[in-house]
Design a protein around this ligand. Sequence first.
Ligand code: DQA
Length: 142
Amino acid sequence: MKILVLNGPNLGRLDLRNSAIYGQMDFPALSAFISNEAQKLGLDVDIRQSDSETELITWLHAAADEKSPVIFNPAAFTHYSYAIRDAVDMLTAPVIEVHLSNPLAREEFRHTSVISGVVNGTIGGFGPDSYRLALIALKAMI
Ligand code: DQA
């Protein structure tokens, strides 16, 4: 069973983002970290990133059709995309929301997640380890 690890807008350019918030890893390094942690746990991952809401929704529809578990960092879409929320709500296998930073400790607009109400759980604030912890949680659920 393949776990889909989806990443939303601007996460492909972690190299340009504030390293005090997002850490030192660029997206290829983050992907390698996730793949390595998944391998250690005996899990198969398909890691993707898109800046496009449409593309993310297409991937979520396919995950719903294929009953794939999902680890999802919706990035800024977390805070306002009802279209992505509705697509996440269609998933039948477990889905975990992750964030590198802790959005609740940041600007007020980041305190709302329109996604959290339709996922099994949310992990944020641990940098790349948020993904590792999500893999551990998913392994226990599938
Ligand atoms: C993020 C937090 C969001 O508020 C932000 O828009 C991102 C990344 C995180 O991983 O910490 O792009 O999802």
